[in-house]
Every structure is written in structure tokens, then in C-alpha cells.
Design a binder for this molecule. Structure first.
Ligand code: AMP
Length: 291
């Protein structure tokens, strides 16, 4: 595994890979690697020839009062995990390499970025889209792997790549979970033992919503309220939102102005705080046709 710190070196390396007729797979991360990140590497290895992972804790996507300073970091552990996971190029730029001057340019995808996570974190997705645009320009033509765990982020990045004609195919990968259903996340390390025991309620609540749909419920608001009630019954969970959206457009299916019976593919999403960390989870549901 080659470790790079500069944009120029990374670009030259990946240009040489493509000149050789080999395909590049990009896995952007903020480090503190876990099985979720490594599942993206595995998929990239299966579909491309040279896997480049970036580790960069991007300040642009943290709002004032968020956990930028305390975001968990472990570069030695990450380097070992990336190498063991089969990463070929580990790109670890520092802040001045990525932002030699404060960025005056921002990439925004307003149609997808104002609801759910964007409602609580209004500048978050501009920070994400801007750094991902930079990483796409650094990596060049490639397939780029993102987790469904951050479902809104995946939709925004995919739409940005389409709208701005990046030579990048965005690939979404399934959520990797702990045995009790909790989605793997770098932020799980913040959970106390009691909060860790409570946190799988997010997944259980989403499953309850999916089960209600499976049992014939077609009113999105009823499903949303049912999911919310399961989370709210857990004293250590402070619910932020439950949403039921169209997976492609993220449009709110509970919106009373356009509300119609659930059909086709829908996505249930939830976010809640457990003590310090805010955790996210989501579940795709194919609404059964009623005959
Ligand atoms: P992060 O380091 O949290 O920015 O995550 C980097 C990438 O890993 C993003 O595309 C995430 O969606 C993805 N990811 C994080 N956790 C998981 C998980 N549990 N399962 C699948 N992908 C994940």
C-alpha cells in the first residue's frame, strides 16, 4: 500500500493507473475505520483494479458546536486496517493541502440538502459536496463507493456527479451492522454502556415501520408515527426525525399536499441523539403490491 499526502502525487499515480488500462475505485472516508468502511473497500476491490481510500476529517462539513475537534482519529490503526483490507493507495492530505486558502467556492445541492440531516445541520451537505467534488477532481475518472448508512449524503453525491458531469460513477453499498442491529459508525465510540445498549432501538423502530408496511399499512404518516413511537419509548433516545421518502428524490412521502398511498420503493430514515452522539439509520422497503 502506498500512502500519499499530496494532491499532485495522488493524481499522478492514478493517471498512470488509468494510462495502463486499469480502473480506479475511490473510497472517501473521515477515518477511524470500521467494518462499514472496509465493506466499501471490498466492493471496490471486486469491481475495480486499484483502490484509493482517502482519510480526511473535513472541517467544512462540521457546524459550529459540532464534534470536529473531538472527532475520533487513529491514523496508525487506520493505516493497518486499510492495508489489511486491501487498499492500494491511502491518500491522507492535511488541512493546508486540501484548503491552501479558505475555499471561496461551495457546491450545493439545495433540492436534496435542506430536509432531514440538512434541517438540523444547515451547512453540512455544502461541506460534504464541496470536499467530495475536490476528491473526484483529485481521483479522476473512477467508481466511487459510498455507504447507504448516510443515505441522504449518497443521494446528494450521486446527484452532484450527474448534474456536474463528473467522470465518476457513484456506487451505494449496504449498511454494515453490529450483531444487535446497530449500524456501524465511527461515532458509536462515544456511547456509554447504557446508551450502547439502547442504540439498536433505531434499527428496531425502522423494522417495525417496514413490518407495518408489510402488513398492509399504506399511510406514510401512520408509519412515520409508529417508527417515532418506538424510538420515543426508549428513555435514552432523543428523537430528531423520522422520515419516509422517495429514495431517488428524497421527497417527503408524508407531505399532506402530495400524500398518496405508499407504493414502489420507499426509504425509512431516522436520527436520534443518545447522550453525546447523534446516530443515523435507514431501511429500504419495497411496498408489496396489493391485489
Ligand atoms: P465516514 O468516515 O463516516 O465519513 O464514512 C465514510 C464512508 O463509509 C461513507 O460513505 C459512509 O456512508 C460509509 N459508512 C459508514 N458507516 C457505514 C456502515 N455501517 N455501513 C456501510 N457504509 C458505511
Amino acid at each position: 500500500m502506498q500512502v500519499t499526502a499530496t494532491i499532485a502525487e495522488t493524481r499522478a499515480l492514478l493517471d498512470a493507473v488509468r494510462a495502463d488500462g486499469r480502473r480506479v475505485g475511490l473510497v472517501p472516508t473521515m477515518g477511524y475505520l470500521h467494518e462499514g468502511h472496509l465493506s466499501l473497500v471490498e466492493r471496490a476491490r471486486a469491481e475495480t483494479d486499484v483502490v484509493v481510500m482517502s482519510i480526511f476529517v473535513n472541517p467544512l462539513q462540521f457546524g459550529a458546536g459540532e464534534d470536529l475537534a473531538s472527532y475520533p482519529r487513529d491514523l496508525d490503526g487506520d493505516t493497518a486496517a486499510a492495508e489489511a483490507g486491501g487498499v492500494d493507495v491511502l491518500f491522507v492530505p492535511d488541512l493546508t493541502e486540501m484548503y491552501p486558502v479558505p475555499a471561496a467556492t461551495s457546491v450545493i445541492v439545495p433540492d436534496l440538502a435542506t430536509t432531514m440531516e440538512g434541517a438540523t445541520r444547515p451547512t453540512h451537505f455544502a461541506g460534504v459536496a464541496t470536499v467530495v467534488a475536490k476528491l473526484f477532481n483529485i481521483a479522476g475518472p473512477c467508481r466511487a463507493y459510498f455507504g447507504e448508512k448516510d443515505f441522504q449524503q449518497l443521494a446528494i453525491v450521486g446527484r452532484m456527479a450527474t448534474d456536474l458531469s463528473f467522470p465518476v460513477e457513484v456506487v451505494g453499498c449496504p449498511i454494515v451492522r453490529e450483531p444487535d442491529g446497530l449500524a456501524r459508525s465511527s461515532r458509536n465510540v462515544y456511547l456509554s454502556a447504557a446508551e450502547r445498549a439502547a442504540a439498536p432501538v433505531l434499527h428496531r423502530a425502522l423494522q417495525a415501520g417496514a413490518a407495518a408496511i408489510g402488513a398492509g399499512e399504506r399511510d406514510a404518516s401512520v408509519v412515520r408515527d409508529l417508527v417515532a413511537a418506538v424510538v420515543e419509548a426508549e428513555p435514552l433516545a432523543e428523537l430528531d426525525y423520522v422520515a419516509i421518502v422517495d429514495p431517488a428524490t428524497l421527497s417527503d412521502l408524508t407531505d399532506p399536499s402530495g400524500s398518496s398511498p405508499l407504493t414502489g420503493e420507499v426509504r425509512l430514515l431516522a436520527a436520534a441523539r443518545f447522550g453525546r452522539p447523534r446516530l443515523l439509520d435507514n431501511l429500504g422497503v419495497l411496498v408489496p403490491e396489493q391485489g
